[in-house]
Design a protein around this ligand. Sequence first.
Ligand code: PLP
Length: 388
Amino acid sequence: MKAIYLDNAATTPLDSRVLEAMLPWLGENYGNASSVHSRGRQAKVLLEDARDTIAGFIGSRSSEVYFTSGGTEANNFALKGIAFNFFGRKDHIITTKIEHSAVIDTLEYLKSRFALVVTYLGTDKYGMIDLSELRNSITSDTFLISVMHSNNELGVINYIAEISKITREKQVLLHTDSVQSIGKIHFNVNETGADTATLSAHKIFGPKGIGALFIRRDTPIDKFMHGGKQERERRGGTENIAAIAGFKKAIEILKDEMDSDIKKYTLLRKKLLNLLNDTFGDSVIINSVNENSAQDNCGYLPNIINISFNPQKVSVDPDTLLIKLDMAGIAVSSGSACASGSPQPSHVLKAIGYDDIAAKSSLRISFGRFNADSDVEVFVKALKDIIT
Ligand SMILES: Cc1ncc(COP(=O)(O)O)c(C=O)c1O
């Protein structure tokens, strides 16, 4: 039985070229980038090359890229670092109901511990926020708006460039969690206009435990991780050079292959939607935005499809479905990976208007570079066998 992995929004397999690029830094090149001797300098050169590579890819200056232990830390860095800087001066943050838990949990902590006021914007049925509601929510106490670039469960892309025009006009900072967007759509910090943006390597065929925060020059942000003088004194801790070498390679591969990756995701997506329609007709509900949603200006990632089954037509327990798919060698996800194992319905599906039962019964299928056409066929056939 061939294993079929359709859960690339949770994490991606390590590209073998990335592994190869990491190995020397796990072996003979073990220097600490802060050491002055040649081993240290060798690590430092890799560290700064990697920073240049990532900066080049997102259109920033190298000095605006800070390595972190992943997307979660980068989101914590941006939100806490900016909140600490404004502490005692301003106390209002605006965000959305569909953010990843790395944003929502951090903001809930800031709210309870530092009495910050957090406004959660609702969305339409696709997960898009209303720009006039956002504009009207800004008060003289607002210092930060955090809106994810694209959503990890639905794949919907928000209007970050439009939002940044509002935040600049109102002199409010904008953070965007762009973890899911990198490598799936064109992403450039200048076109996007956000002041801070989050990246994570394990969503782009790189290693886990490494990410980065883009911090636009002159953004008022406090140090988050106290310790040594690494990362221009903004994030203490010996750099994970092997992981950074992998992150660098993952980005280099994207530079060459992102267009063909996107083409592949688009074809797989089309094929899956057609097959689902042919096989299940109106028993299947497409929760994510798609070609048929007829929603102008509503962008979506090409690699994520979120579905559920119409409870009036198909009776299926989502946990059993996932387990049976797993037994058939197929990995997909229910809602977000960080919420799986939790009995809570997806907060994202609830935000777009689903009740608890519907919000608990979604499946997220997400494609990656190593998927083939046949993976989609096998998946839909297995789904049919299980359901019927
Ligand atoms: C949108 C989004 N933000 C943040 C994260 C967290 O990133 P990491 O796993 O690198 O901590 C994820 C991971 O699932 C994500 O999808």
